[in-house]
Design a protein around this ligand. Structure first.
Ligand SMILES: [Zn+2]
Length: 127
């Protein structure tokens, strides 16, 4: 009969260390790595993305790299207000880039409309 022992953590089990605690630690590390990866993507895409689902964030990151590689054939890309590039991500969100190709962030309809209104006003002033 293998001998079950009590580890310093209080769990009981076989072997040199507590497998239960190791699994918990592994899971914690994995979720930390995921969080970090998500933050990196969010930083790349720009502000206002904290509340977005990972799915939309993934789509935006993919769209951004596709644009950088000039590989836009599966993207719905539109030029708006003569200076912005808008990429549809789904029915509610789009990724917007400025004329230099810098991300302005992922936008819902409200934020996008605001951006367009501002751009229009700027043009009216300049005219
Ligand atoms: Zn343990």
């Amino acid at each position: 009969m293998p001998h079950r022992r009590t580890f310093p953590c209080g769990h009981r089990g076989l072997g040199q260390y507590c497998h239960l605690c190791r699994d918990i630690e592994l899971k914690r590390k994995q979720s930390e790595e995921k969080k970090l990866a998500r933050k990196e993507r969010a930083d790349q895409i720009g502000s206002h993305v904290k509340k977005l689902s990972s799915h939309i964030l993934d789509k935006a990151a993919t769209a951004l790299s596709q644009l950088n590689e000039n590989n836009v054939k599966d993207l719905t890309v539109k030029t708006v207000a003569q200076e912005y590039t808008s990429v549809a991500l789904n029915r509610n969100y789009r990724l917007v880039l400025d004329s230099r190709g810098e991300s302005k962030g992922v936008m819902n309809h409200r934020r996008y409309d605001k951006l367009l209104r501002k751009a229009r006003r700027k043009k009216e002033k300049a005219a």
